[in-house]
Write a protein that binds this ligand. Structure first.
Ligand code: ATP
Ligand code: MG
Length: 563
C-alpha cells in the first residue's frame, strides 16, 4: 500500500505498543473486524477497518481477521456477506485465509452455555418478553429476580437441551446468565444468552432453533479466535463487564482486551444500517451503491478511491470523543488524491452552439493536449477543432462586468487547449433566447497569447461533430441538514429531492467513450467524474464525484441564511 503519510499515534496504538513491549499475550497482536452481515458497509465501518487491519499491519507478525457476527438470521443475508468482502478488499486490506463466522462457533457456544449451567451460573427462564422487561428494573431502580432463577442444575440442563431439540415454541423460554439483578449496569441483570427462534440461517440452514445473543457470541468468538485486542465503538463500553464476566467464568483459550473508541458520524448523511436500509427499501435511492449513499459501494461508484478513504480515516484519527466530521473533509481527501493523478478531459454539460465563421465547413483540425498539466509521463490526448463547437451556456453573456472572465459579445476568450475566439454575434430564437453564437478564431493563437490584446479568460469546449453524447449525474447532499439523525418521522421522506441532477444532453471529448479507461477524470473546470456502471460505449454515463472547489462553504452559508 503506497500511503504517503505514516499512521498517526492515538491512544489505542499507544496501549497496544505498551502491551507488546510488556510481552502480553506472548508478544502477539491479533485484531479482527467483526461486521454483522445485515447491510452494506459504510464510511464508519471504514474507520474501524483501517484501525483493525492498519494496526495489525504496523507490527511485525500482527494479524487481523475478518469475522462475520452472524447471530441474527432474521436480518442477515449472503448478499451482505459478499458485499462486505468485496468492500474490505477494495479498501486495500487482506485477511488472507482468516475469514470466520460466529455461526461456525455455535457448537462451542452451546458448550459454553452448558458449562455455565453446570456451574449454576445460567438458568432457563419462562418469563414472557414483557415480564422480563418489567422484572429488569430501570436505571434508577434495581430489577427483581425471576421466579425461575432457583431452578436446579439438572432441570436447567434438561430444559436447555430440550430448547435446542425444538420441543418448545419460539419465545417461550430463554437461557439467561445468573449474575446480579441489582447491578447498576443493566447489562449485568441476568442477560439472555440463548433464544428460541425458528428462522433459517444463511449458513447453518435449519440446524438450529436456538440462537445465541450478540452479547454472548461476540466476546467469546473473540476469545475462540485468540484475539488479543478487541477494538470496538463506545456503545459497547457498558457491555465490557459482561464480556469480562464470560471470560472469568468460562475456560477460554485467550483473554481479549476490549478498547472502545468513538463512532464516526458524517454531516448531511445517516450511517445506521437500519436507516440506510430504509432508504433502499423506499426506493428514494437507487440501491445500496447509489452514489449519494455513505456506503463504501456508493462512494466507489461515485468515484472515490481507496486511497482517499484511507487518508480520510487517518485524518479523523481515533479518540473517545464523539466526532461529527464535515463532509468537506472527505471530499478534500479525494480532490487531493485525484488532482495528482486524474487525466484531464473536456465535457460540456449544458451546450451552446458556436459557429466559427472563418473556419472551413469540411475541415477537421487535430489538436494535442496534455493528459495532465503537471505530469508529462501521462502522455497526450487528441482533440478536434471544427467549424461548429459547443461551449457551456453559462460561459457566454451578451454583456458583463470585468469580473466575468468568459465570453461576451465583441469580446475574446481562449478555448482551453486551442485558439482564441471573438464573439461577433448572438443568434436568438423568436423568444429572444440565445441559441447560437457566431465567432471568429485567430489562427495565430494556438496555445500562444496574442501580442497586445486582452483575452478575458479560458473556457472549455468540445467539437460539435467530433464528440460523444452522454449523461452526467451531479450530486448534492443526501439531506438538507447537517444532523439528519435528529429529524423526526420517516427518514426516507426527508431525503433532499435535489440530491441528484441528471443531465442527459452532455457532450464529451471522444476519448471518454472508451469504457476500458475506467478511472476518474478531471473534466476541466467542472470537477472529478467517474464512469457509472450504467455506461455503454454508445452512451457514456459519468458521475461527478466531487467538484473542483469546496462547495460546502456555500451550502453552510445558505443554511445560515435560511435559519
Ligand atoms: P450500524 O449501526 O451502522 O448498523 P453496527 O455497529 O451495528 O453499525 P456492525 O456490523 O456491528 O455495525 O459493525 C462492525 C464494526 O464496525 C463494529 O466493530 C463497529 O463498532 C464498527 N462500526 C460501525 N459503525 C461505525 C462507525 N460509524 N464508526 C466507527 N466504527 C463503526
Ligand atoms: Mg450491529
Amino acid at each position: 500500500m503506497n500511503d504517503t503519510t505514516t499512521p498517526g499515534a492515538d491512544f489505542i496504538r499507544d496501549i497496544i505498543a505498551q502491551d507488546l513491549a510488556e510481552r502480553l499475550n506472548g508478544g502477539r497482536l491479533h485484531t479482527r473486524f467483526p461486521p454483522e452481515p445485515n447491510g452494506y458497509l459504510h464510511i464508519g465501518h471504514a474507520k474501524s477497518i483501517c484501525l483493525n487491519f492498519g494496526v495489525a499491519a504496523e507490527h511485525p507478525g500482527g494479524l487481523c481477521n475478518l469475522r462475520f457476527d452472524d447471530t441474527n438470521p432474521e436480518k442477515e443475508d449472503v448478499e451482505y456477506v459478499d458485499s462486505i468482502q468485496e468492500d474490505v478488499r477494495w479498501l486495500g486490506f487482506d485477511w488472507e485465509e482468516r475469514i470466520y463466522y460466529a455461526s461456525d462457533y455455535f457448537p462451542s457456544l452451546c458448550r459454553f452455555a452448558e458449562a455455565l449451567i453446570l456451574a449454576g451460573k445460567a438458568y432457563v427462564c419462562d418469563l414472557s418478553a414483557a415480564e422480563m422487561r418489567d422484572y429488569r428494573g430501570t436505571l434508577t431502580e434495581p430489577g427483581r429476580e425471576s421466579p425461575y432463577r432457583e431452578r436446579t442444575v439438572e432441570e436447567n440442563l434438561d430444559l436447555f437441551r430440550r430448547m435446542r431439540a425444538g420441543e418448545f415454541p419460539d419465545g417461550s423460554r430463554v437461557l439467561r446468565a445468573r449474575i446480579d439483578m441489582a447491578s447498576p449496569n443493566m447489562n449485568m441483570r441476568d442477560p439472555a444468552l440463548y433464544r428460541i427462534r425458528r428462522v433459517t440461517h444463511h449458513r447453518t440452514g435449519d440446524d438450529w432453533v436456538i440462537y445465541p445473543t450478540y452479547d454472548f457470541a461476540h466476546g467469546l468468538s473473540d476469545a475462540l479466535e485468540g484475539i488479543t485486542h478487541s477494538l470496538c465503538t463506545l456503545e459497547f463500553e457498558d457491555h465490557r463487564p459482561l464480556y469480562d464476566w464470560f471470560l472469568d467464568n468460562l475456560e477460554v483459550p485467550a483473554r481479549p482486551r476490549q478498547i472502545e473508541f468513538s463512532r464516526l458520524s458524517l454531516e448531511y448523511t445517516v450511517m445506521s444500517k437500519r436507516k440506510l436500509n430504509a432508504l433502499v427499501r423506499a426506493g428514494v435511492v437507487r440501491g445500496w451503491d447509489d452514489p449519494r449513499m455513505p456506503t463504501i459501494s456508493g462512494l466507489r461508484r461515485r468515484g472515490f478511491t481507496p486511497e482517499s478513504i484511507r487518508q480520510f480515516c487517518r485524518l479523523i484519527g481515533i479518540s473517545k470523543s464523539p466526532n461529527r466530521v464535515e463532509y468537506a473533509l472527505l471530499e478534500n481527501c479525494l480532490r487531493t488524491d485525484l488532482d495528482a493523478r486524474a487525466p484531464r478531459a473536456m465535457a460540456v454539460l449544458n451546450p451552446l452552439r458556436v459557429v466559427i465563421v472563418n473556419f472551413p465547413e469540411d475541415r477537421v483540425e487535430e489538436l494535442t493536449a496534455p493528459a495532465h498539466p503537471q505530469n508529462e509521463a501521462m502522455g497526450t490526448r487528441r482533440l478536434f477543432f471544427t467549424r461548429e463547437i459547443l461551449i457551456e451556456q453559462e460561459d457566454f453573456r451578451e454583456s458583463a462586468s470585468k469580473e466575468y472572465k468568459r465570453l461576451v459579445l465583441g469580446g475574446e476568450v481562449r478555448l482551453r487547449n486551442g485558439y482564441v475566439i471573438r464573439c461577433l454575434e448572438a443568434v436568438k430564437s423568436d423568444a429572444g433566447e440565445v441559441i447560437a453564437l457566431r465567432c471568429e478564431y485567430d489562427p495565430a493563437t494556438l496555445n500562444v497569447n496574442p501580442v497586445g490584446r486582452k483575452v478575458r479568460g479560458v473556457i472549455h469546449w468540445v467539437s460539435a461533430s467530433r464528440c460523444v453524447v452522454g449523461e452526467v449525474r451531479l450530486y448534492a447532499p443526501l439531506f438538507h441538514v447537517p444532523e439528519p439523525d435528529a429529524l423526526k418521522g420517516e427518514i426516507a421522506e426527508q431525503v433532499n429531492p435535489d440530491s441528484m441532477t441528471v443531465l442527459a444532453d452532455c457532450h464529451l471529448e471522444p476519448g471518454l467513450a472508451d469504457p476500458r479507461r475506467d478511472f476518474a477524470y478531471q473534466f476541466e473546470r467542472l470537477g472529478y467524474f467517474f464512469r457509472d456502471p450504467d455506461s455503454t460505449p454508445e452512451h457514456p454515463v459519468f458521475n461527478r464525484a466531487v467538484s473542483l472547489r469546496d462547495t460546502w462553504a456555500k451550502i453552510e452559508k445558505q443554511q445560515a441564511g435560511a435559519g
